[in-house]
Design a binder for this molecule. Structure first.
Ligand code: PLV
Length: 322
């Protein structure tokens, strides 16, 4: 049995992005994880620790946490039930089933699917796998920063890190990783889409708030409430976390540019992060003095995602053009 389920992913220099930002941009290619996203780092870690002897795991997911849970469960020979909201496209259901999981569609948004997953854990005695709110997830996700530190080599550190935020698990993992390697002062740009902006709403309100609804097409960013830890980090004076929003149109455009320039297809959740570069936001933050003029490279976490194929991309284009 392998020690972990995730891979050490490549760190690639992006010529196209570097040109736009005016400093070297490195892409941490977590789209190339076996489950299609970074999620396997944390969920693999959590499943290894909590689900080895389980009679089954249950996870509520916009898609990618479910893919990771299904993948980890299959590796461990444990059955997986994944609860997805009706907003997840059919291709996600198919991919989860192909991964060997039983799929249940409940509710319109992730929070409703999660209530059902918690109920199933209770009534069926299954191990509940949270998609973003658990220290074992953050510990697993932090491995991506340790890998980046090893790839960059001694003496090189990023000028900033760019991530997408859904429920905040990736953000918490990145913060933990930065702490682990002594890069706690490196600013983090935390990106969401308008309509899936629970972190930004919490930062603005000065407390954790619950969104009325998820109106963005970035369904995998669609948690209505950010995890408490992510909010606490946003309030921590030792950290610089810049919370910003892009529109769905900007996220979609970013996916297309990334496909053209890097030859990799990612989903909207990831497009939200990439859009910070392609829409000129990173440059603007520097011009406004909110982000220091980057001396070190910009590290972009390519979180990936399985909720996309050419058909889904075309359908998104139609939806967002009107
Ligand atoms: N997606 C979760 C939560 O959905 C899920 O169930 O798959 N990038 C991608 C490709 C993602 O799938 C997610 C989360 C994120 C970024 C954001 O990560 P988080 O939730 O840890 O902030 C509701």
């Amino acid at each position: 049995m392998a020690k972990h389920f995730h891979l050490n992913t490549p760190l690639l220099e992006s010529v196209g992005m570097s040109k736009r930002v005016g400093t070297t941009v490195y892409l941490k290619m977590d789209n190339s994880q076996p489950s299609g996203s970074f999620k396997i780092r944390g969920i693999g870690n959590l499943c290894q620790q909590l689900a080895r002897k389980s009679k089954g795991v249950v996870c509520a997911s916009g898609g990618n946490a479910g893919m990771a849970a299904a993948y980890a469960a299959r590796q461990m020979g444990v059955p997986a039930t994944i609860v997805v909201p009706s907003s997840s496209p059919p291709l996600v259901v198919q991919r989860l089933q192909d991964q060997g999981a039983a799929v249940k569609i409940t509710g319109n948004v992730w929070d409703e699917a999660n209530a059902e997953a918690l109920r199933l854990a209770e009534t069926e005695g299954l191990t509940y796998v949270p998609p973003f709110d658990h220290p074992l997830l953050w510990q697993g996700h932090s491995s991506m920063i340790t890998e980046v530190a090893a790839s960059l080599g001694p003496g090189v550190r990023p000028g900033a890190v760019l991530v997408s935020v859904g429920g905040g698990g990736l953000l918490c993992g990145v913060v933990q990783g930065l702490k682990d390697v002594g890069w706690m002062d490196v600013p983090i740009i935390a990106m969401e889409t308008v309509g899936a902006n629970c972190f930004n709403a919490a930062v603005k309100a000065g407390k954790v708030v619950t969104l009325d609804d998820i109106t963005s097409e970035a369904k995998c960013l669609g948690a209505k409430t950010v995890c408490k830890k992510a909010f606490e980090y946003s309030q921590c004076s030792e950290l610089t976390i810049i919370s910003e929003l892009v529109t769905d149109q900007q996220a979609l455009q970013a996916i297309e540019t990334f496909l053209d320039e890097e030859r990799v297809l990612v989903e909207m959740a990831c497009g939200a992060g990439l859009a910070a570069v392609y829409s000129g936001l990173v440059r603007r933050l520097q011009d406004d003095g909110r982000l220091p003029t980057l001396l070190g490279p910009l590290l972009v976490v390519v979180c990936g995602g399985s909720s996309v194929d050419m058909k889904e991309l075309t359908s998104l284009k139609h939806k967002l053009q009107t």
